[in-house]
Design a protein around this ligand. Structure first.
Ligand code: ADP
Length: 364
C-alpha cells in the first residue's frame, strides 16, 4: 500500500495509530497518536517514540518474523491476524502512565508495522468508581444491619424477659430498618434518574405550585426544628418543562437539608426569580434558591458535595437519618432537566442552593 493511502487511512481513525516502515522508522501518525505521545514523531525511530520493550519486540517481530519472536499476547483478547500482537499494557507517554490496549500488526508485504493504541484510562476510572460505589453501599447497609443483628441477639438472650428493654430495642431496630429502607429507595431513585438522564422530560410543570407543596409537606418538620419558611416570587404560576415527581424530589431534598443542617438560623427562604439570559444555559431561565442562615459549609467541601455518600460530618448526617445520596440525586435530576445546580456557602453565615432551569416549556 502506498504511504499516501496509509496516511489518509490512519488519519481517519479515532484511536492512536503509528505506521512504522521496515527499517523501524515512523512514517505516519494520526492526531490521536500526537495527542497521546507528543509532536514530531514522523521520521523518528519508533523505539525513541515509545520506549516499551514489549511493544518494540512486537514491532520487530512483525517486520522480521524469521529473527524476532513475538511477545506473548493476552489470551483474553482476540488474536490478531498475520502474526500480530495484542495486549493490555501500561505505557509511559509525556510523563504519564496510561493503561492501554495495544495492537501491533504487519503491513502488507512485510513493509512495516501498524501500532494501534487504545487509551483505556477512562474505562479503568469508571471501573474504579464502580468498585468504590459497591464498597460504599455495602458499608452503608452493613452498619444498620450489624446493629439490628446485635439487638436480635440481645432480645433472644439477656433482654428476653425485660419488657422495657424490649420496647427500647425494638424502637431502635425499627429506626435502623427505616434507614436501610431509605437507602434502598434512594439507590433505586438514583439509578432510575441516571438511566433516564439523556431523555429530557416533556411535561409542563408549575414550579410555584410545586415548591409551595414541598414547603407544605415539610412544615411539620420545620416547626419541630423551630424554622420559619419565607417565600418569594411564587405568587403566580411559573411554568417549566419538567418531571413533576423528580422536581418535587429536588426541592424536598434541598429544603429538608436546609432545615436539618441550616435550621439553627431559624429561617429558610425559598426565592424564585426569572433570569432574562442565563449565560451557562444560553437563554432565559428560572432560578429557585433555597437559602438558610445556618452554620454554612467550609469551602473545601463544596466541589465534592454532590458526590454519592459525601458528607461534611458523617456522624451528624447519620444521626439525622441522612443517606448521603440526596444531593447526588438532585444533581442528576437537574442535569436531566438541562439545568444547573449552584452551591454557595459561607462558614458561619449559611448556605444557598440554587436550581436553575431553562425557562419556556418549548425550548430545547
Ligand atoms: P445527607 O443524606 O447526608 O443529608 P446529602 O447528599 O443531602 O446527604 O448532603 C450531603 C452533605 O452536605 C450533608 O451530609 C451535609 O454535610 C451537607 N449539607 C447539605 N445541605 C446542607 C446545608 N443546607 N447546610 C449545611 N450542610 C449541608
Amino acid at each position: 500500500m502506498d504511504s499516501k493511502v496509509i496516511h489518509d487511512l490512519i488519519a481517519a481513525l479515532p484511536v492512536a495509530v503509528i505506521a512504522v516502515d521496515a527499517g523501524g522508522r515512523i512514517t505516519a501518525v494520526n492526531a490521536a497518536a500526537t495527542t497521546l505521545l507528543g509532536d514530531r514523531l514522523t521520521d523518528r525511530p519508533f523505539v525513541t517514540a515509545l520506549r516499551h520493550p514489549t511493544i518494540v519486540q512486537a514491532v520487530d517481530s512483525v517486520i522480521d518474523p524469521a529473527h524476532v519472536r513475538p511477545p506473548v499476547p493476552d489470551p483474553s483478547l482476540s488474536a490478531v491476524e498475520s502474526g500480530g500482537y495484542r495486549n493490555r499494557l501500561v505505557i509511559s507517554a509525556q510523563g504519564r502512565d496510561i493503561p492501554a490496549e495495544v495492537t501491533v500488526s504487519g503491513l502488507p508485504g512485510r513493509n512495516g508495522a501498524l501500532v494501534v493504541i487504545e487509551d483505556s484510562s477512562g474505562l479503568e476510572q469508571a471501573e474504579q468508581l464502580r468498585r468504590d460505589f459497591v464498597a460504599n453501599v455495602s458499608h452503608e447497609l452493613r452498619t444498620p444491619l450489624t446493629a439490628m443483628m446485635g439487638f436480635i441477639e440481645t432480645l433472644r438472650g439477656p433482654a428476653r424477659e425485660d419488657p422495657v428493654a424490649r420496647e427500647k430495642f425494638l424502637a431502635i431496630m425499627e429506626s435502623e430498618a427505616a434507614r436501610m429502607n431509605r437507602l434502598v429507595l434512594d439507590l433505586l431513585s438514583l439509578s432510575r434518574v441516571e438511566s433516564e438522564e439523556r431523555r429530557r422530560p416533556a411535561e409542563r410543570v408549575d414550579l410555584s405550585m410545586l415548591v409551595n407543596s414541598v414547603v407544605a409537606t415539610l412544615s411539620m418538620q420545620a416547626r419541630t426544628g423551630h424554622v420559619r419558611f419565607q417565600q418569594q416570587g411564587m405568587e403566580a404560576p411559573v411554568f417549566v418543562r419538567g418531571d413533576p415527581d423528580q422536581l418535587t424530589q429536588v426541592f424536598h431534598n434541598l429544603v429538608e437539608n436546609a432545615v436539618k443542617y441550616g435550621g439553627a438560623g431559624g429561617e429558610v427562604t425559598l426565592a424564585l426569580r426569572h433570569i432574562a439570559h442565563e449565560p451557562v444555559l444560553r437563554g432565559p431561565a428560572v432560578a429557585v434558591s433555597v437559602i438558610d442562615k445556618g452554620e454554612g459549609i467550609d469551602e473545601m467541601h463544596l466541589p465534592r458535595l454532590t458526590e454519592r455518600f459525601y458528607r461534611v460530618d458523617s456522624h451528624r448526617s447519620r444521626q439525622q437519618g441522612g443517606t448521603g445520596l440526596g444531593l447526588a440525586i438532585v444533581k442528576h435530576i437537574v442535569s436531566r432537566h438541562r439545568g444547573k445546580l449552584r452551591i454557595e456557602s459561607e462558614k458561619g453565615k449559611g448556605s444557598r442552593f440554587t436550581v436553575i432551569l431553562p425557562a419556556g416549556q418549548d425550548r430545547r
